[in-house]
Write a protein that binds this ligand. Sequence first.
Ligand code: ATP
Ligand code: MG
Length: 425
Amino acid sequence: MSVNIPRGTQDILPGTVEKWQHLERIATDICRNYQYKEIRTPIFEHTELFQRGVGDTTDIVQKEMYTFTDRGGRSLTLRPEGTAAVVRSFVENKMFGDPNQPVKLYYKGPMFRYERPQSGRYRQFVQFGVEAIGSEDPAIDAEVIALVMDIYRTAGLRKIQLVVNSLGDTESRVAHREALIQHFQPRIGEFCEDCQSRLEKNPMRILDCKKDRDHELMKSAPSILDYLNEYSRTYFEKVQQYLSALDIEFVVDPTLVRGLDYYNHTAFEIMSQAEGFGAITTLCGGGRYNGLVSQMGGPDVPGIGFAFSMERFLAAMEAESIEWEETNRLDCYIASLGDEARDYTVKLVHDLRKAGMKAERDYQNRKMKAQFKAADRLQAKFVAILGEDELKENKITLKDMETGEQQEVMLEHFVDTLQKKMEEK
Ligand code: ATP
Ligand code: MG
């Protein structure tokens, strides 16, 4: 019997994994420049964390969690997203007491959601996310957006669009909420069951419904932007002003919502506009969550963050046909002839690696011709050839595979000579 990979998951094989590493390196380097530090939290948490931290009315909590009971009878859940755990850790480790505020964190790792798998939607996917906790300065909203745009731009993405909105503060939200209820109530029967139950609990989430998105009442729904109070309006204007100062283009979309009660002010998404990207165009989602930390038992400190999945990042790169730089080319392949020479290359290949070079030798006892073929497959820049005669004379032949140039080098100078040649390349 053979066992297959579970639905909605994927193996990331050599050849593709280098692309992941490349994008992860860009993201972590940029985080370092912006002074965000990495945090690693567990893959599973108490189920209650997500019920409270993500919210009972969300699709994630209602339909998508991998929840199980462990042998001790605890209800645990494989994390479906990163923010709840980061905020838990912020509170648990009293990071609010750190003299450096806001606390700026990033994370990356697998998330789990029981969804219908399709292109860009997996049951296990890798999210990269950032949280800045402890500041309610619109400049930090702009910084967080600038950071993720910087990651995408540095990777080479051009066909992306930033969409921003404001959800206002609690006062604005309450006024908007009333208007939404009045708008939808008379005809709520025409909406899906989820929307019906959202009407009282969290009517803003109706705007986010995937089933009823084409209903005529959606387009005419009251816009949050008409309900922003003075503070919220000024805050949103400041964020836009800062984005413009950073030369970051954006469009305002008043229908962009993030449905939780403690989400407020800035909400944003980044979409791919590349042809052939597929039906799901959102690359990244983020927003401000000023009530979340206190909801999780901490002091009343504000926060903002975003998350994107590596899978959709990669898909956007492919859709824009961006060239990947070749990082895995071999510096030197050591070919050998005869038992003694073969033995000798065990140490030789090791010396090259210790000197920081990408080196390989033959482990299949192949003929010289097959060894050269292997060197070609690995795109070796140099091939070093060690035969019985050379070994007797303490020499090795070094061939530059790009120019075809060939020279004999004393074995004791081999590593140094090659290193110099590599530097000249
Ligand atoms: P969607 O509307 O696509 O379901 P979401 O609102 O559930 O997205 P968030 O919870 O905001 O998404 O997650 C942030 C980002 O994580 C998304 O913008 C997307 O890039 C990515 N993401 C979410 N779910 C998946 C998934 N199942 N597979 C791959 N990436 C995902
Ligand atoms: Mg989703």
